[in-house]
Design a protein around this ligand. Structure first.
Ligand code: ADP
Ligand code: MG
Length: 580
């Protein structure tokens, strides 16, 4: 007997389900896309138990003919493309014809539909992929897809489901992504009979405000740029918002939500100059591009895309965003003076708005930066024997810079950036040596968290422990930090926990300790470092200078900015025209 056999259809669909509908949220994504592809103007979602018990999407779209109902549940059956040619210029969200078949294979599914010309609706039911006959049903125009008891027949998959709250959080995120993409469509979402969202058809800026809140709207700029067949529009958050924002990154290519390395890079570059300590900008951006020059069929869930001219797209996104972000200088500073200002520590909020960094003209900064790049060629430890390379502290300027004197003249140190680098190396060494020592907190730091954060803490508690953290849910929207890595014990535990959870979510648990480890280290270091505006004593300042001297790569902070620079006596003399 031959050892190789062709798998039965049901098994094929169950295998595919592992890719296309790995959790309720993925099934929801597929159903919402089908409704949008059907031209619906109104879509309502009903969930029970995080979508695990029931997931229902009802739309008023074009509907499905009675004779197509069976086909709709069959694998590789689609009305959206018929040829390779179609595939190459596909504009619909779906086209692979595997979503309904996959969902049907792992649930108890009921599909009811009625087109405008039909006298009444028809429905088909299926349990674990075995379809039953088509029967008349009651439904006004459109389609209703109802999936119950997801994975009831695939226990291995069911085991991977998390708590109800976790699965709901993922569903809600999918819902947000979808509603942001189509403000012209009205949406509602109900969970366990409670209304969670109700969004009328509205214009894009109202939709963005409704989903992301007034804070985001107030601290963001509108973008709309065209060039050579490309359009980028939407809203980009200013640095003042980025700190409060977690996971507020929505990028769409032809209204399809994507996560793409190339685009992410272009965006990061555009923010590079203005985004200081916070590495995660917030944005909702739509790229419109000729469908023929972008391949969306890279991944079963279509979350990745490939551009024919990747370089041109990168350049366009970078320049458009950069332009929009650098335009509103006045607004930008106004935003900084607002309470959300990330550069003014809360405990010194009474200080004058005069912020050394904000007051610096950019040209001067660049001059300093250029000097720094040159001085980086020489290591710090090149001083005379008696005077340390970075000298001794004279005092602190505006709570931000340490002024010190060495044998060459004046040394200016960006206190936070320098300390951040020192902490970074310490944390790196500690993690390389295994799990860092933990410091239990006498009083756990509790904080309000969104459901996704709670879900992340639950899901990745083992990883968190490995990093030296103990973070546990204490309610549907609250987390408690019970322990932190000992070397970060001076950080604000709640802020630190939030940042770590965000990293795990954005970077992915598998990469956070491997290829993206540096990002995590940077986050930990940023929070472990002294805050700007903290008043330091002379001994503390000298201690930092000594630590810098013995730390590798101390001349540059983790964001690639200089941590210190030197003004020599000759330079000072020149400034004051001494000896001329
Ligand atoms: P795809 O979306 O890739 O075509 P699906 O398995 O998601 O594959 O859906 C199969 C087919 O069922 C679609 O091509 C479409 O013709 C039909 N269909 C699914 N959902 C709807 C809906 N909500 N309204 C109208 N037709 C639908
Ligand atoms: Mg589909």
């Amino acid at each position: 007997m031959s050892a190789i056999r062709i798998l039965p259809d049901l098994l094929i669909n169950q295998i595919a389900a592992g890719e296309v509908v790995d959790r309720p949220a993925s099934a929801l994504k597929e159903l919402l896309e089908n409704s949008l592809d059907a031209g619906a103007g109104e879509i309502s979602v009903l969930l029970e138990q995080g979508g695990m018990k029931l997931l229902r999407v009802l739309d008023n779209g074009s509907g499905i003919a009675k004779e197509d109902l069976t086909l709709a549940l069959a694998r590789h059956a689609t009305s959206k493309i018929a040829s390779l040619d179609d595939l190459e210029r596909v504009v619909s969200l779906g086209f692979r014809g595997e979503a309904l078949a996959s969902i049907a294979a792992v649930s108890k599914l009921a599909l009811a539909s009625r087109r405008a010309q039909d006298k009444h609706a028809w429905k088909i039911e299926s349990s674990g992929g075995a379809t039953r006959f088509v029967a008349p049903a009651a439904l006004s125009r459109g389609t209703s897809v109802e999936a119950r008891d997801l994975y009831f027949n695939t226990p291995a998959r069911r085991k991977f489901l998390k708590s109800e709250a976790t699965e709901f959080a993922h569903c809600e995120e999918v819902f947000k992504r979808t509603v942001l993409s189509r403000p012209d469509v009205s949406f509602s979402l109900q969970h366990n009979s409670r209304a969670q969202w109700r969004l009328p058809a509205q214009d894009a800026s109202d939709r963005i405000r409704a989903v992301l809140g007034d804070d985001f709207a107030a601290a963001s700029v509108a973008i709309d740029e065209y060039s050579a067949g490309l359009r980028l529009w939407g809203m980009a958050g200013l640095p003042a918002y980025s700190r409060g924002a977690r996971d507020t990154q929505y990028f769409y290519v032809n209204r399809r939500f994507v996560r793409d390395k190339l685009l992410a890079h272009a965006i990061r570059e555009a923010y590079h100059d203005i985004l200081h300590h916070e590495r995660h900008p917030a944005f909702v951006l739509f790229l419109e591009i000729d469908p023929a020059v972008v391949d969306v069929n890279v991944h079963p869930t279509k979350i990745e895309v490939r551009f024919r001219d990747a370089r041109a797209v990168h350049q366009f996104v970078y320049h458009s965003l950069n332009k929009a972000l650098s335009a509103p200088v006045v607004d930008h500073n106004a935003a900084r003076a607002a309470p959300a200002n990330p550069f003014v520590a809360r405990d010194h909020s009474v200080q004058s708005g005069m912020n050394f960094e904000a007051a610096q003209p950019k040209a001067l900064y660049e001059t300093l930066f250029a000097d720094m790049a040159r001085s980086q060629a020489s290591p710090i430890n090149n001083a005379r024997q008696d005077i340390p390379a970075l000298g001794f502290a004279l005092g602190q300027l505006q709570g931000t810079y340490i002024l010190a004197q060495n044998d060459k003249g004046l040394v200016i140190v960006d206190m936070h950036a320098a300390h951040e680098r020192v902490v970074y190396e310490k944390v790196k060494n500690a993690l390389n040596a295994g799990t860092p020592a933990t410091q239990p907190l006498l009083i756990p730091a509790t904080f309000n968290a969104d459901t996704l954060d709670v879900a992340t803490a639950e899901e990745h508690s083992a990883l968190l422990r490995e990093l030296g953290f103990e973070i546990a849910p204490v309610g549907p929207n609250a987390l408690a930090v019970r322990a932190v890595p000992a070397m970060l014990k001076n950080a604000d535990a709640a802020d630190l926990a939030r940042a770590v959870l965000r990293d795990i979510r954005e970077i992915g648990a598998s990469s956070v300790l491997n290829e993206r480890r540096n990002d995590l280290l940077a986050t930990l270091a940023c929070h472990g470092a002294v805050r700007a505006k903290r008043i330091l004593g002379v001994e503390e300042m000298n201690a930092l200078l000594r630590e810098m001297e013995t730390t590798e790569r101390a001349s540059q902070c983790n964001h690639g900015r200089p941590t210190w620079f030197q003004i020599t006596m000759e330079e000072l003399d020149k400034m004051f025209m001494r000896g001329k």
